[in-house]
Write a protein that binds this ligand. Structure first.
Ligand code: DI6
Ligand code: FE
Length: 403
């Protein structure tokens, strides 16, 4: 007789399967879990005979894949609330940067912080995500901007996974901005990270992907291409901050390198979207940054849909442009600010977020053989998750690593 570790009965499942319509609903479902994986899922009446070490009734609650935050910068030193206040009082970005604010102030605070201080500061942010049903989180570096401090951020990200119980995926974003030591010499900085930092990160398997910020205030397409060529030679997948503040051809660049995702995309052109569709690059939309920056240029959601580009949503949790540690809030912002449907919002933080991290084969939907990372919700229907703001609707979060 089949043996299972845990069987859940009496709930309704939103499987988010790609090949099922809508939410992939199964009314009165059962899920059997063994060795941290889904061993069986379907209508409870069809559950084959088996022996379960534990059986739990969900009393009509809903199951979804656990949420995945596929774009965060949640490890950093310092705090930039003052900067946000100054911007609302009318200060310009340049005035704030001259007064010691901006991204370089976070770089300074991050460099000055010990690994343990960074961990202690980031832990509540990771816990806040987890309390809302997040099981997997991507964390970028990009506030160290020299070899030691970028490696320090990667190490803290690894510790954070252990401390929070989240599965942390690490992304090297050394090409976030030009550090003060390389002021006016961005090519030299790109050369340093390409020739020295990337090989160390690849040989130590310290990151899962490489990201860069393609923008006139950060790095140009040729500079990023140099970095991405090396990353790919070393076997590291790439992703890109693209077209956030202007159309810099970021989507096309990401597509050229068959990037896992291109993120932000407010200014992406139709040809950029078409290139992404062809390359299979996921669009990661970040409504928290759109809101915080008071942006008015909308990402091309209709064009993404027409071209069948998968759309994910991330929190972009960072101290400068998206002070958001809530993926549920990101879903709700994605609906009204960007016009995404509740189904697109839920798929965007489960299936499509998994796709954006290259992890769809083992998570992001409720299917046999995938990780048993399952969120149990006290809701009437999964559309409630893109509706109620600030309500604690998570009943339970099952994690593959602890079942
Ligand atoms: N895009 C953003 O919105 C943030 N980084 C990026 O590449 C800004 C990061 C910061 O201001 O600290
Ligand atoms: Fe970002």
């Amino acid at each position: 007789m089949t043996k299972w570790d845990l069987v859940l009965t009496g709930g309704h499942a939103a499987t988010l399967r790609d090949d099922a319509p809508g939410y992939g609903e199964i009314e009165t479902a059962a899920v059997a879990i063994s060795d941290g994986k889904i061993a069986w899922i379907g209508p409870e009446n069809d559950l084959p005979a088996g022996e379960a070490a534990e059986t739990r009734s969900l009393s009509g609650r809903w199951l979804t894949p656990a949420l995945i935050d596929c774009h965060t910068h949640l490890i950093f030193g310092g705090n930039r609330a003052l900067e946000f206040e100054q911007r609302l009082e009318g200060a310009s970005y340049e005035e704030i940067a001259t007064a010691g604010g901006g991204i370089l102030s976070t770089v300074k605070a991050t460099r000055d912080a010990s690994p343990d201080e960074l961990l202690q500061a980031a832990l509540p942010r990771a816990q806040a995500l987890r309390a809302e049903g997040v099981a997997t989180v991507e964390i970028k570096t990009g506030y160290g901007l020299d070899i030691d401090n970028e490696l320090k951020m990667l190490e803290v990200a690894r510790w954070l996974g252990d401390a929070s119980g989240l599965d942390v995926r690490r992304t090297l974003l050394a090409a976030h901005t030009v550090p003060p030591e390389f002021s006016g010499r961005p090519d030299d900085y790109i050369e340093m990270i390409t020739d020295e930092l990337l090989p160390q990160v690849a040989s130590g398997k310290l990151a899962d992907a490489v990201d860069a910020y393609c923008e006139s205030i950060a790095f140009s397409a040729p500079q990023i291409a140099q970095l991405f060529r090396k990353a790919q030679n070393l076997g590291l997948p790439v992703k890109l901050h693209a077209d956030q503040l202007s159309d810099g051809g970021g989507a096309e660049l990401a597509a050229f390198f068959e990037a896992l995702s291109a993120d932000h995309l407010e200014y992406t052109s139709v040809s950029g979207v078409k290139a992404m569709a062809k390359a299979g690059t996921v669009a990661v939309l970040l409504p928290g940054a759109f809101l915080t920056l008071g942006e008015t240029q909308l990402p091309p959601v209709a064009v993404l849909r027409e071209n069948g580009v998968p759309v994910a949503i991330g929190s972009d949790c960072n101290p400068g442009t998206s002070p958001l540690c809530s993926l549920r809030t990101a879903m709700i912002l994605g609906s009204r600010l960007f016009g995404l449907t509740p189904l697109e919002c839920l798929a965007g933080v489960t299936r499509e977020a998994a796709r954006a991290l290259g992890l769809l084969a083992d998570r992001g939907t409720l299917e046999v053989d995938k990780r048993a990372d399952i969120a149990v919700w006290d809701i009437d229907h999964p559309r409630d998750l893109t509706y109620w703001m600030g309500t604690p609707q998570l009943a339970e979060l099952l994690l593959a690593d602890s079942t």
